[in-house]
Design a binder for this molecule. Structure first.
Ligand SMILES: *[C@@H]1O[C@H](CO)[C@@H](O)[C@H](O)[C@H]1NC(C)=O
Ligand SMILES: *[C@@H]1O[C@H](CO)[C@@H](O)[C@H](O)[C@H]1NC(C)=O
Ligand SMILES: *[C@@H]1O[C@H](CO)[C@@H](O)[C@H](O)[C@H]1NC(C)=O
Ligand SMILES: *[C@@H]1O[C@H](CO)[C@@H](O)[C@H](O)[C@H]1NC(C)=O
Length: 808
């Protein structure tokens, strides 16, 4: 029979109203198919009936699943959309005597997951003939039997149902018996009394006919023996015996005891029991004790296979007289089947950007037990962002409950547990592996907010400055970082002419040699981009700081370098010890220690007469000038910076101890050691004269103005030492020390880069006389260059540099 395989399917707890996102359509397809179709017979066209394109069936992986059986009765031909038979469908095997035989099929489509229920109504075909248990029935009837006495005959069986089952019987025409058939029994009815002397025995042919087309039939021969009077047939105590038997009852369990009594005495009254008609499947399940009529279990009682047995028992006495009774045994269910979880569909891998509530799979749970024993609850106990949403009957969809992040969790083991409601409950679990697919959702991130590189100037082109690193946790190309320079300018030139970045490693190289005096620092933007599509990127600033190397000699601004010209300072004869007579002014394009200048007199006409301030460059008398001192004094001053190693420059300074301009003609002698021609000397002398007169004139005018103001005032605040002889009379002693104030400021500016003041260059007391122009013309731009990078001084105002003249 095996019908329980279907009828006893699990009943799964179902919250039918809880239909969330699963696209389930109820029993929307129904086909009728005759049993015993040959393989590959077309049942119907699913594509057409669902209104789907045939191609979508293939792309959405259409397939069929069967409830409660491993057999696959039909398949879908994906190229035509036909539902075709793939295995013999035997209605009798599937459903036994059940009047309606429905095969339930789940049609699953993916993407989105969709479930259709297909009912396959299996139609009976008249493929079985009526059958009697034996081909010959022995029957013994007493001579004394009365007219109207009934003798039961075991009916014929036909595995088919309805019209195809046994419909009627035909008894061969005879003198004594007619046939009586009602729903339960087939009986011979005695119509004419038997006469043993006339006829001791007779054969009657009984034919059973079904109603199918073509009609099928089965026959049995009833052999009737006429006995002497006074014989009695056994009589069962009940016409129908009913018993209830728990499934899995052990062998030898007594199910029921039937009994029949016989009115005869002696051997004639001994009753022997046996089974009458019994289906082939049940033959070995029970045994009957021929003597006692006890029915015992001899085989496996499985509720899921057979939930009730319907048998005939026969009692026969010593004379061979028989009678029949029915035994109906109902099997009761025991919770002996754990739920089984089937994974019907799974979107694997699932992209990490799926929104919460997306279904990723469908599971089906089956429990072969019935009622409570087959009611199942399903759940996911772990702490995973997935839950089960009950769908129709025994289906659940696996739905995401939160945002997935492959970078945090890339694989899930989802354990689904199903428990039935039997007592004790049975449960089972299934592990579902789900991978999360990458989405390019992380931009590369630099390990540091910004990078700094330090490099000494005069570096080699190609040297490594620093390296940047960005991390991207995405997968494969979505996490592969490529570095590049962002376009930009440094000092008006493209940034790529300064540095380059290795796209794979992020190492930044210098493209050229840097000059600190030109460029002290610059910034470049480096971009890290992944290879995703679309790519994500981030930017970082790399600051390159160039450090100074002592590669510039001090540059002497005043006095002008030897050879180019020659300058003379006048020292009043009355100068006291400590008087400021002049000042050497030098700059160094380097910075810091490399530009920290010190001044030394390396050679002098009279070593004891003048000293120089080591850091100020101020030349002072060391003692009072005496008449004995030579009028012409010559100093060679070396200016050194403090770099490692230090660089130096030297200059000569000519000092003329004199109050009297008339002595100036002798100046020519001061350049005795120079190669100047006499003509040059005269020219210079002439110039000095002219400018001296001119200066005197200005001094007088200024003197007048000064006198009006009454109060002495500093004429210049960041200036070069002016030979005191040319100062207004009240100036030299302004601070009572015979020195000029503020004269050291200039050096301070140069070395500290103070932002407090523009540079002010004094072109000396007479532009015409002294070639200060030449020296100074170059300087402002030099300074400007070296300070521009610091952003301190934008420019030197040329007007300023002229306007500093103290006489203005
Ligand atoms: C599907 O049907 C087509 C056309 O009838 C046939 O050629 C093909 O072999 C069938 N495919 C399968 C898998 O049965
Ligand atoms: C998931 O299960 C598989 C097989 O059962 C196992 O190899 C793997 O380690 C498990 N992964 C996690 C994250 O538990
Ligand atoms: C990278 O991300 C994109 C979406 O952003 C995705 O389609 C692709 O499959 C990912 N690549 C890998 C190798 O995971
Ligand atoms: C990086 O800079 C480039 C060029 O300025 C710009 O297009 C891009 O949007 C920037 N990326 C980020 C993440 O700021």
């Amino acid at each position: 029979m095996g019908n329980k395989g279907f009828s006893g399917l699990c009943t799964v707890l179902c919250f039918a109203s809880f239909m969330l996102s699963v696209h389930v359509v109820y029993g929307d397809l129904s086909y009728s198919v005759p049993e015993e179709m040959k393989r590959d017979a077309v049942i119907g066209n699913i594509a057409k009936d669902l209104g789907l394109d045939v191609r979508t069936l293939a792309s959405r992986k259409a397939r069929v699943d069967f409830e409660g059986t491993n057999k696959r009765y039909c398949e879908i031909n994906l190229s035509t959309g036909d539902l075709i038979t793939s295995e013999r469908i035997d209605r009798e095997n599937l459903c036994g005597k059940k009047p309606s035989c429905v095969l339930k099929i789940d049609l699953v489509l993916e993407n989105p997951l969709e479930l259709h229920r297909v009912s396959l109504h299996v139609q009976d075909v008249n493929d079985n003939s009526p059958k009697f248990k034996k081909s010959l029935i022995e029957m013994e009837i007493r001579e004394s039997a009365d007219r109207g006495n009934r003798f039961s005959i075991e009916e014929a069986h036909d595995a088919d149902i309805g019209q195809n089952a046994v419909q009627r019987y035909i008894l061969q025409k005879n003198e004594n018996f007619i046939l009586s058939v009602d729903s339960n029994k087939v009986e011979l009815v005695l119509e004419n009394i038997l006469d043993r002397e006339k006829k001791k025995e007779m054969n009657l042919l009984l034919t059973a006919l079904d109603g199918g087309s073509p009609q099928r039939s089965g026959t049995v021969v009833i052999h009737v023996t006429v006995l002497d009077a006074n014989d009695n047939a056994p009589v069962f105590s009940q016409a129908v015996y009913k018993a209830s038997l728990p499934e899995n009852s052990p062998v030898d369990t007594v199910v029921i005891k039937v009994s029949a009594t016989d009115a005869d005495e002696g051997v004639n009254g001994d009753v022997i029991y046996d089974f009458g008609h019994i289906s082939d499947d049940d033959v070995n399940v029970f045994s009957i004790d021929t003597k006692t009529g006890e029915i015992k279990v001899t085989g496996v009682i499985d509720f899921e296979e057979t939930s009730s047995f319907d048998m005939r028992v026969e009692a026969k006495d010593g004379l061979g007289l028989t009678s029949y009774a029915k035994v109906i045994i109902d099997v009761t269910d025991i919770n002996d089947n754990a739920p089984v979880i089937h994974l019907k569909s799974l979107s694997n891998p699932v992209p990490e950007n799926v929104s919460p509530g997306t279904e990723v799979g469908i599971i089906n749970v089956q429990d072969r037990d019935s009622e409570k024993n087959g009611q199942v609850r399903c759940s996911i106990q772990q702490n995973v962002p997935f839950k089960l949403v009950p769908s129709i009957k025994n289906y659940y969809s696996v739905v995401s409950t939160g945002q997935l992040d492959r970078e945090l969790v890339s694989d899930y083991n989802i354990t689904i547990t199903a428990t039935d409601e039997g007592s004790p409950p049975l449960s089972s679990s299934k592990s579902v592996q789900l991978s999360v697919a990458d989405i390019n959702d992380n931009p590369p991130v630099f390990e540091e907010e910004s990078y700094s590189a330090y490099v000494s100037e005069n570096n080699k082109a190609g040297s490594t400055l620093c390296s940047v690193t960005a991390r991207d946790p995405d997968w494969r190309q979505n996490g592969t970082v490529v570095y590049s320079l962002l376009a930009g300018e440094v000092n008006g030139a493209p940034v790529s002419s300064y540095v380059s970045v290795n796209g794979d490693t992020g190492v930044i190289h210098a493209v050229r040699s840097f000059d600190y005096e030109q460029l002290r620092s610059f910034k470049v933007q480096v971009m890290a981009r992944d290879n995703g599509s679309p790519p994500l990127s981030s930017n970082v600033t790399v600051s390159v700081f160039i450090s100074d190397v002592n590669d510039n000699c001090p540059q002497i601004l005043y006095p002008a370098p030897e050879g180019n010209s020659f300058m003379t300072e006048l020292v009043p004869k009355a100068a006291h010890g400590g008087s400021l007579v002049s000042k050497v002014i030098a700059v160094d394009a380097d910075s810091g220690q490399n530009a920290w200048l010190s001044y030394h007199i390396v050679k002098s006409t009279d070593p004891g007469l003048f000293t120089i301030g080591v850091h100020s460059g101020e030349i002072r008398t060391q003692r009072d000038i005496s008449e004995a001192d030579s009028m012409k004094q010559n100093l060679i001053v070396a200016v050194k910076d403090n770099g490692q190693p230090s660089l130096s420059a030297t200059c000569s300074m000519y000092l003329l101890i004199s109050d009297n301009l008339a002595e100036v003609p002798e100046l020519k002698d001061m350049s005795y050691d120079e190669k100047n021609s006499k003509l040059t000397s005269y020219l210079i002398i002439a110039l000095v004269c002219v400018s001296t007169f001119f200066l005197t004139f200005i001094i007088i005018i200024l003197g007048v103005r000064f006198c009006r103001r009454r109060k002495p005032r500093l004429l210049f605040d960041g200036a070069v030492a002016i030979p005191s002889a040319y100062l207004p009379p009240n100036y030299a002693d302004v601070d009572g020390t015979g020195t000029l104030r503020s004269t050291y400021n200039y050096d301070a500016y140069l070395t500290t880069g103070s932002r407090t003041s523009d540079f002010k260059f004094v072109t000396s007391y007479n532009d015409n006389t002294l070639p200060a122009d030449q020296t100074l013309r170059k300087s402002p731009s030099d300074f400007a260059d070296s300070f521009e990078d610091l952003g301190v001084v934008g420019s030197v105002n040329p007007d300023n540099s002229q306007g500093i003249c103290p006489w203005c």
